[in-house]
Design a protein around this ligand. Structure first.
Ligand code: IPD
Ligand code: CA
Ligand code: CA
Length: 268
């Protein structure tokens, strides 16, 4: 089956990410207070679902034979070999609290590999785009990851999952890591963490337990900016571990994480 060129897919994904981001921003205005616990959370869930529904409808209208994998469950198998991997709002907790660090993430994959990706951060009007083999950009400006080559100088982002056992395992990596790096950051949106690596806003990012929709677009943005994006011991980046780093610090960071037990699955 032939596919449209990646640039055309990127244009479509960009238009959809902008429309989805505008809807999410508009729905955010309805969340005025955190005074009651359940109602703001419900509003966030409603926004997640409304944004994914919008994306699912638009993708189906434009590309009826493509597959869709979305966090909110509006997934469907396709027949074209091309799959859209969508996180309608990445950084939900930031969204809930009004912290402007969340994004719509759209990756387009052929046989499981991303060929185009868009991450749109509507609060800052920042559009991150990547096309396989063509580099990545922020608002049209070409990205390059940092040239740091000493782990002690590296600012490293990470994230923590929602499950308590997962968090306990993630916490066990920190005593080894903290003394070895400049500092760590927990920004709260994995897709934007990957984009931050691409722009040199951090030197590296790692996280265990990510899902394909957190990863698909942002990993391509980081890779196309020259970052290495892998798992442990040469394995591909996956839910087990995503390590995205400037090439000059990748190996050193990998080795600290491996020695600290990043291999261990908390659910074994
Ligand atoms: C989460 C964010 C967070 C990361 C979590 C993800 P969500 O996605 O990307 O930064 O640490 O692992 O689940 O729930 O906000 O879409
Ligand atoms: Ca997410
Ligand atoms: Ca989400």
């Amino acid at each position: 089956m032939t596919h449209p060129d990646h640039a055309a897919l990127l244009d479509l994904a960009t238009a959809l990410a902008r429309e989805a981001g505008a809807l999410a921003l508009e729905m955010r205005e309805g969340i005025e207070t955190l005074a009651t616990k359940s109602s703001p959370t419900d509003v966030v869930t409603a926004a997640d679902q409304a944004v994914e529904r919008l994306l699912a409808e638009r993708i189906r209208a434009a590309r009826p034979d493509d597959g869709l994998l979305g966090e909110e469950g509006m997934s469907r198998a396709g027949t074209s070999g091309l799959r859209w991997v969508v996180d309608p709002i990445d950084g939900t907790v930031n969204y809930l609290y009004g912290i402007p660090q969340w994004a719509v993430s759209i990756g387009i994959e052929v046989d499981g590999s991303a060929v185009a990706g868009v991450v749109f951060d509507p609060s800052k009007d920042e559009l991150w785009q990547a096309e396989l083999g063509q580099g990545s950009t922020l608002n049209g400006r070409r990205l390059r990851c940092s040239s740091v080559d000493e782990l002690g100088q590296a600012l490293v982002a990470t994230g923590f999952g929602y499950d308590a056992r997962r968090r306990a395992a993630q916490a066990r990596l920190l005593p080894a890591l903290l003394p070895a790096v400049r500092d760590i950051r927990r920004q709260g949106a994995g897709a934007l963490d990957l984009c931050s690596v691409a722009a040199g806003r951090v030197d590296a990012y790692y996280e265990q337990g990510l899902s394909p929709w957190d990863l698909s677009a942002g990993a391509l943005v980081a890779r196309e900016a020259g970052a290495r994006v892998e798992g442990l011991r040469g394995r591909p980046a996956s839910g087990a571990l995503v390590l995205a780093a400037a090439p000059g610090v990748f190996d050193a960071l990998h080795d600290v994480l491996a020695a600290a037990g990043a291999d261990a699955d908390p659910f074994d």
